[in-house]
Design a protein around this ligand. Sequence first.
Ligand code: SF4
Length: 139
Amino acid sequence: MTIRLRGHHLLCLLGYRGMGYSDDFCVNMTAIYEKLRSEPETDVEIIIGPDDVCKAYPPDKTNHCVGTVYGLDANVLAKLGLKAGERGSWQAICDRVAKTMVPEDISHLCLTCPWEKYGVCAEGVGLIVEGKPLPKVGA
Ligand code: SF4
């Protein structure tokens, strides 16, 4: 099984703690998060544009999966030294985060994101940098 992820979702998944845009969105996000957390050898393909997280974005809300977030994807991939089209294990992506990032990078990269203020993404980066496991989410 390959999970397809766009650039900025590589970081969103580090800070996911059960919050999201709708119940359906969270069910899907929790499934992806827990798959990667419990099976870090899972194959991940980096793609451009809407991905396996976006597919559960509520259809009745203004679609934000296209447009300005492409810039955020590009900035995150540049920071991590990754490119769309590459694939590898989730563990390899976490190793890349540990090598290239510090928690404070989130406040620079994610200036426009409404979730940034909760601090969970910076905390998630911190856990990865310290070699600690991400917390379990869900029942
Ligand atoms: S601050 Fe927003 S865009 Fe940045 S990692 Fe967190 S949820 Fe994703």
